[in-house]
Design a protein around this ligand. Structure first.
Ligand code: ADP
Ligand code: MG
Length: 254
C-alpha cells in the first residue's frame, strides 16, 4: 500500500494559447502538509483545481489515495467519468477558498449539513452531532444558528474549514485562505490549520504566509510560470533556495 495521498504526474494545462501548467509533478504523503508558494499567475490555483477535477488536465493525471481522479483507465486510454462519479470523488477532497464561499441564505450549521445530506452520506442525527463537534473544533460552538453575514471574515473562514471537514476528505486544499482577511484575523485561521496539521490532516496550502509555511509544512513547494522549480523541507527552500526565481521571490516576502 502506498502512503501517498496525492500524486500529481506530468500535469499540463493551457487556456487557449496560455500555458498555465507545464509539466507539474507533486506528491503529498499521508498526514503531511505541502505549502505551495509562488508569484501571482504562476499556476497555483489552477493546480489545486486540477487536483479536484474542477479543471481538466490536458496531459498527465492525478490520483488521490490511489484512485485516478476524473477518469477511468481502459487499456492505454483514459475516459472521463460521469458527473455523478466525479462528484463522489470530489467529496474526497475538501476545498477552502480565499473568499469563504459560504451559502449566505443558510445558517452556519446548515452550511455544514448541506453537502453530506445532499449526498445521502449519513443520517441526520449523526451528522448533527458531527457538525457540532466540528464547530467546537474550530472554536465556533456558539455560532451554529448564526448566518454568515453576522460573522467576521476569520469566523467565516473557520466555518468554511469545518464545512470542508464534514465530508471526511482524504486531503484538504486551501487556496490563500487568509488573503481576504484583515491582518488581525489571519492568526485565528492559521491556528486552526496548524491544529489540523498536528492532528495528521493531509493538506496542500497555497499561502503567502512564509512563517506559517516554515512552522507547519513538511514540504515547501515553489512554483514559477507553471512548473515547480524548487521543493523540499522548509529550511532548505526558505533559507537557501537554489532557483533564482525562488530567491528573488523570497527576498521580497521574507
Ligand atoms: P495563481 O493562483 O498562481 O495566481 P492561476 O492558476 O490563478 O495562478 O492562474 C495562472 C494563469 O492562468 C493566469 O495568467 C490566469 O490569468 C490564467 N487563468 C486561470 N484560469 C483561467 C481561465 N479559466 N481562463 C483563462 N485563463 C485563466
Ligand atoms: Mg491563485
Amino acid at each position: 500500500m502506498s502512503d501517498l495521498t496525492v500524486d500529481v504526474r506530468g500535469v499540463h494545462k493551457s487556456f487557449g494559447p496560455l500555458q498555465v501548467l507545464r509539466g507539474v509533478d507533486l506528491q503529498v504523503r499521508t498526514g503531511e502538509v505541502a505549502a505551495l508558494l509562488g508569484p501571482s499567475g504562476s499556476g497555483k490555483s489552477t493546480l489545486l483545481r486540477v487536483v479536484n477535477h474542477l479543471e481538466r488536465a490536458d496531459r498527465g493525471w492525478v490520483t488521490i489515495d490511489g484512485e485516478l481522479i476524473g477518469y477511468r483507465r481502459s487499456g492505454t486510454r483514459l475516459h472521463e467519468l460521469a458527473e455523478k462519479e466525479i462528484l463522489r470523488q470530489r467529496a474526497k477532497v475538501g476545498f477552502v477558498f480565499q473568499n469563504f464561499n459560504l451559502f449566505p441564505h443558510l445558517t452556519v450549521l446548515e452550511n455544514l449539513m448541506e453537502a453530506p445530506l445532499a449526498a445521502g452520506r449519513a443520517r441526520r442525527a449523526e451528522l448533527l452531532t458531527q457538525a457540532h463537534a466540528l464547530l467546537a473544533r474550530v472554536g465556533l460552538a456558539d455560532k451554529a444558528h448564526t448566518y454568515p453575514r453576522r460573522l467576521s471574515g476569520g469566523q467565516q473562514q473557520r466555518v468554511a474549514i469545518a464545512r470542508a471537514l464534514v465530508l471526511k476528505p482524504k486531503v484538504l486544499l486551501f487556496d490563500e485562505p487568509t488573503s481576504a482577511l484583515d491582518p488581525e484575523l489571519v492568526d485565528e485561521v492559521l491556528d486552526v490549520i496548524e491544529d489540523l496539521a498536528r492532528a495528521g490532516t493531509t493538506m496542500i496550502v497555497v499561502t503567502h504566509e512564509i512563517e506559517f509555511a516554515r512552522r507547519v509544512a513538511d514540504t515547501v513547494v515553489f512554483m514559477h510560470d507553471g512548473v515547480i522549480v524548487e521543493q523540499g523541507p522548509p529550511s532548505a527552500v526558505l533559507d537557501d533556495p537554489r532557483h533564482p526565481r525562488a530567491r528573488a521571490f523570497l527576498s521580497k516576502v521574507l
